[in-house]
Design a protein. Structure first.
Length: 157
């Protein structure tokens, strides 16, 4: 089993989008019994909430349903138990590294490392912006999700 956790600030926009997209990629390759996928936030603001309506609408336009996901906060235990902890931006990365038990920090990376052809290394927070920000998140996340699956297939399976 390979366990993947996506992390952003609120766990209602970027990381549930990444979870939904990566789940779809994993399912399309018939690997859902082998790769476990989850998401969490660094902050507690949106615990128990469904993803932001704008994130859900943007995902539905690409055939992805996020409606069953619920916000939760990342814990130290998550860092112990997941193999890949993928931060959406450098703030999330810094927070997770500080939360990490000693010796586990190498599991925590920027998600966009897996989209090396893109110029960006951070998925920008779409929360305070317009609809187009959510489509941009999906463009980035779709590319990195494919790169991540290829990496896992190469290194872990
Ligand atoms: P996310 O977006 O980190 O992609 O889920 C945000 C959601 C909520 C807030 C900030 C970012 N907030 O400040 O409540």
């Amino acid at each position: 089993m390979v366990k993947v956790l996506f992390v952003c600030l609120g766990n209602i926009c970027r990381s549930p989008t990444a979870e939904g997209v990566f789940r779809a990629v994993v399912r399309a390759h018939g690997l859902e019994e082998i790769i476990e996928v989850d998401s969490a936030g660094t902050h507690a603001y949106h615990i128990g909430e469904a993803p932001d309506a704008r994130a859900q609408a943007a995902a539905v336009r690409r055939g992805i349903d996020l409606s069953e996901l619920r916000g939760r906060q990342a814990t130290r235990c998550d860092i112990e138990s997941f193999d890949f902890i993928l931060a959406m931006d450098r703030e999330n990365l810094k927070y997770l590294r500080a939360l990490s038990p000693p010796g586990q920090e190498q599991k925590i990376r920027l998600f966009l490392e897996f989209a090396p052809a893109r110029p960006e290394r951070e998925v920008p927070d779409p929360y305070f912006g317009g609809e187009s920000g959510f489509d941009r998140v999906l463009d980035m996340v779709e590319e990195a999700a494919i790169g991540l699956l290829e990496h896992i297939q190469r290194e872990r399976l």
